[in-house]
Ligand binder design. Structure first.
Ligand code: 1HN
Length: 346
């Protein structure tokens, strides 16, 4: 590839004239915005150990009352983007949130989409669009763009969950903002019960289809886990024992920008994922797994979280030859597919 002219090749007075007119020559920067063959990846493979972050999160509970935090979160930031950017990847934000017994995180709605993956503790709930969603380990709760949400806690022990948002992308788009509100009235609990069996959906008065854009807000871990075990048992030849969290009315991704799935690594299984353009996040729900990303090797224990840049092959390995391991995955695939830049490399 031909070497292009640099800024220094240009006379200083010419460069000054350009700057004064808010003009920039493209050629000195062309190779860096359009590198050959593969993008320049800022996202680094990073592991956030739960054992290391948990005491710091609990300490935040002592240092900062909920009224002074609104959301008490330690952000899982990728140093490749600069910690202050609060990004795990180009489009994924991750944070570990702590809610203590009796605390309340007030209602608001915002343009970025969020999901919560519950990590530990019982008795907390989040109310989304009037639906009260109880939180237990492994449950996935959606807070799609524009829906009111608030969190409460009637239990006895601290509750922690992993927040996954498309905030970096929406912020980059200059489209990120919040609206504060008052406590919601609970109008429904457990709407998801109507969708608890694949293939049958609520059809009131025979008029199929819900008028809700997000008909299902809570995906119980007990259901996802038994779906994975059932899949492993009924289809022993399947490449990957994986289920996607989808909109049960459309079968499509459950949110617009990020995709979510759960993976079971069978005892002794090693799973090689091809290099794909979207970045990915892995959060271990149960068991023990090794994750190899480029030259990085992470040994995940339960509640550990790691991220992989796009265009990079990933190998997942169950450390146990007797027990399955269960992994929650978030990725940027819906975004890449909608924008037409999605790639899988052999
Ligand atoms: C948010 O609304 C929550 O509602 C958590 O719990 C984390 C991070 C950035 C922007 C909004 C929540 C968030 C957030």
């Amino acid at each position: 590839m031909l070497a292009l002219g640099t800024l220094e090749d240009l006379p200083a007075d010419y460069r000054e004239k350009l700057t004064r007119q808010n003009l920039v020559p493209l050629w000195p920067s062309l190779r860096s915005v359009l590198p050959p063959g593969k993008p320049a990846l800022r996202t680094q493979p990073i592991l956030w150990s739960y054992q290391a972050l948990r005491p710091l999160l609990l300490q935040a509970g002592e240092l900062t009352p909920i009224e002074k935090a609104e959301r008490r979160v330690l952000v899982l930031a990728n140093p490749g983007h600069g910690l202050e950017k609060m990004q795990a990847s180009s489009s994924i934000y991750l944070g570990m949130q702590l809610l203590l017994p009796g605390e309340w995180a007030p209602a608001h709605k915002h343009t970025p989409n969020a999901v919560r993956m519950i990590v530990e503790g019982e008795g907390a709930y989040t109310t989304v669009d009037g639906e009260k969603c109880p939180m237990s380990r492994g449950d996935l709760i959606l807070t799609p763009t524009g829906l009111w949400h608030e969190h409460g806690h009637d239990g006895k022990d601290p509750v922690v969950w992993l927040d996954v948002l498309d905030l970096p992308l929406v912020y980059y788009m200059e489209a990120s903002y919040v609206t504060e509100g008052k406590a919601q009235e609970v109008s429904a609990t457990m709407n998801e019960r109507g969708y608890a069996r694949g293939g049958v959906v609520p059809a009131p008065v025979f008029s199929r289809s819900s008028d809700r854009r997000y008909p299902m807000l809570r995906y119980a871990w007990s259901d996802a886990r038994s779906a994975l075990l059932g899949l492993a048992e009924s289809q022993p030849g399947i490449d990957a024992v994986q289920v996607a969290y989808v909109n049960p009315e459309t079968g499509g991704d459950c949110q617009n920008i990020l995709g979510f799935s759960a993976l079971m690594l069978r005892p002794g299984e090693t799973l090689k994922l091809p290099a794909r353009s979207p970045a990915m996040v892995f959060h271990l729900i149960e068991g023990g797994a090794d994750v190899e990303i480029d030259r990085a090797l992470f040994n995940l224990s339960p509640a550990d979280t790691c991220c992989a840049p796009g265009y990079t092959p990933v190998t997942l390995k169950n450390r146990s030859s007797e027990q399955p391991a269960f992994v929650f995955i978030a990725d940027e695939a819906p975004l890449h597919k909608k924008l037409g830049v999605y790639e899988v490399r052999a």
